[in-house]
Write a protein that binds this ligand. Structure first.
Ligand code: COA
Ligand code: MG
Length: 294
């Protein structure tokens, strides 16, 4: 499905902010979300659309994945946003407020009809109560022809808080069930999943804690709102040196002749199974992909 592509840091920027679009070319982010939706006021939508088209067509973003967040198709701007995105050819379009598998199919058909290249993926905002209830069905859309472009879930925690009245508190207990359900749904169908934003961007400790929490929940990375969040986020979602070393040790142990036909062995006094060797291979691969990037 997804090649080993780090998606630790995914930075939003308003498409109306030309300075941010330019600055993004120098930031050590894995992906950029060029926004036409929540971060752009109605009067600025047309200018933002043109600036995003120019930025994506102009290139200069190197390894950074470019994702255009369009307005919903039920808004006055959605159809034109989608046309522009199909023409610009970003790595993906990000669709807000999806509620069902049918929403994925509708976007898929529209992208096909607009002539979008096959490489243009669909990312979706998981941010409505209906999406929480239908997370598995939405992820399963990726297995159908019209949903084949679906590749990433982005948690929209601010909208979820608004729609459900759950509060955003340290530890996020009120949202934990939804976050975990979306992780399970994404993994069940080979998708990646990126956590919601941390609004209090000057609170470094709170942010680091939430990054670690998201990583432990199984998320691939976190969406960001400010450049100062990029480096701590990359650090939180990169396997640490000790983790990579342990992974290599497990792989090497299973490669020993005496362990060829074993499913469980002891390494440094701990039981490890073949499944740990598989996890270790992923850890090493992602560490190598990150190293290749810097
Ligand atoms: N992407 C790229 N660059 C950004 C940026 C972003 N999201 N946010 C700020 N910057 C840049 C600024 O342009 C400025 O660059 P410069 O000093 O080189 O000119 C620098 O980072 C410092 O910015 P700062 O003054 O601290 O922030 P601000 O007051 O200009 O903006 C926000 C604060 C929150 C309005 C801004 O960070 C923002 O728009 N974030 C994204 C919001 C968004 O997209 N929300 C939708 C999804 S939740
Ligand atoms: Mg939103």
């Amino acid at each position: 499905m997804n090649a080993m592509r780090p998606r630790r840091s995914v930075l939003y920027m308003p498409g109306s902010n030309a300075r941010a679009l330019e600055k993004a070319k120098t930031l050590p982010v894995d992906a950029l979300i060029l926004d036409l939706e929540d971060a752009v006021a109605p009067d600025a939508k047309a200018v933002a659309r043109q600036q995003i088209l120019d930025a994506v067509s102009g290139g200069g973003y190197g390894h950074r994945e470019l994702v255009i967040r369009i307005n919903g198709l039920d808004t006055p701007w959605g159809a034109e946003d989608l046309e522009m995105a199909a023409k610009a050819g970003p790595d993906a379009i990000l669709v807000p407020k999806v509620n069902s598998a049918e929403d994925i199919f509708a976007i898929g058909h529209k992208l096909d009809a607009a002539g979008a290249a096959e490489g243009v993926k669909i990312w979706v905002m998981m941010e409505t109560p209906k999406a929480m209830l239908a997370a598995g069905e939405i992820a399963a859309a990726a297995a159908a022809p019209a949903g084949r472009r679906l590749s990433v879930f982005i948690m929209g925690t601010n909208d979820l808080a608004k729609e459900t009245r759950a509060r955003i508190v340290p530890g996020r207990l009120p949202m934990l069930a939804w976050l975990s359900t979306c992780v399970a749904a994404a993994r069940a169908f080979g998708l990646e999943i990126v956590d919601g934003v941390y609004n209090d961007f000057n609170n470094e400790t709170g942010f680091a804690t939430e990054c670690a929490e998201a990583r432990d929940l199984g998320m691939d990375g976190k969406t960001l709102i400010h450049p100062k969040q990029v480096e701590p986020c990359n650090a939180a979602f990169s396997p640490g040196e000790a983790e990579v070393e342990w992974a290599r040790k497990i792989i090497a142990a299973f490669e020993l002749p005496e362990n060829q036909n074993k499913g469980a062995i002891t390494v440094d006094g701990r039981m490890v199974e073949l499944l740990h060797a598989e996890m270790a291979k992923r850890t090493v691969a992602i560490a190598e992909a990150i190293a290749a990037r810097s």
